[in-house]
Design a protein around this ligand. Structure first.
Ligand code: ATP
Ligand code: MG
Length: 218
């Protein structure tokens, strides 16, 4: 049995064509069913529906053999015990620094001011501001980061951006592009040894689908 951990929503939806390329068809719709273990057309493959931030944990401890997780989540979690064979190039976005319109970020940085930064990405933000030599006081939030600069909780946020629509709607502007984000395949290292052939077949099928999609785009 191969157990694959996925999160509902964007990653699940964008992973379906990749699964299809590996001849895996999920039989339930996680948005409609309350089941957390989903059957597939293949008796040897099942899908666990877990919280996005829990995917690396399930795979690391062997609750799942493999999983699909955002690079953002992976960097925050750390990659101990995780083999990362593929960038699946789905759920693409970026991690950026944003501030309220009218806040002079550049001059704050130039003057060496302390910045209060709200984020759920504590590790990524800490490393980014340390490398820049900016003294950042980090405030951990779990969602709706955009509110922090509007309420005076923070000067800046570090958050995911895709179209920038949410920032604009909240009168925020992007002032730094920290890194590009996409989803990665992660595999439990022990499972990779014990179930090498079936796991390799899935990795190869995903890789083929990713390559074909790149050729179509190019
Ligand atoms: P929840 O929204 O349930 O609190 P979450 O934010 O962790 O959980 P998602 O919003 O499904 O879960 O995000 C999962 C992953 O998808 C993120 O870790 C990131 O890699 C990617 N992602 C998030 N937002 C976007 C976006 N707007 N565009 C593209 N990819 C995104
Ligand atoms: Mg979300």
């Amino acid at each position: 049995m191969i157990t694959l951990a996925l999160s509902k929503g964007r990653i699940f939806d964008e992973a379906l064509p990749l699964l299809q390329a590996a001849d895996i068809v999920v039989l339930d719709d996680p948005e409609k069913s309350r089941k957390l273990i989903l059957d597939t057309n293949r008796p040897d493959v099942r899908v666990l529906v877990v919280r996005a931030t829990d995917v690396p944990t399930y795979v690391q401890y062997g609750g799942a053999d493999m999983g699909i997780t955002g690079l953002d989540t992976l960097l925050e979690h750390g990659s101990d015990g995780l083999y990362q064979p593929l960038d699946l190039q789905i759920a693409q976005c970026r991690i950026s620094v944003a501030v309220r319109e009218g806040f002079d970020y550049a001059s704050s940085v130039r003057q060496g001011s302390r910045l209060t930064v709200a984020t759920k990405y504590m590790a990524i933000a800490r490393e980014f501001f340390a490398a820049k030599g900016v003294h950042a006081d980090l405030v951990k939030l779990y969602g709706s980061m955009e509110l922090a600069p509007l309420t005076g909780l923070a000067d800046a946020i570090v958050d995911l951006v895709s179209t920038g629509g949410t920032l604009r709607a909240n009168h925020l502007v992007e002032v730094e592009h920290i890194m590009d984000i996409s989803s990665r395949l992660v595999v439990n290292q022990a499972a990779l040894k014990l179930k090498q052939a079936p796991i390799r077949r899935i990795i190869d099928a995903f890789n083929g689908a990713v390559q074909r999609r790149m050729e179509v785009k190019a």
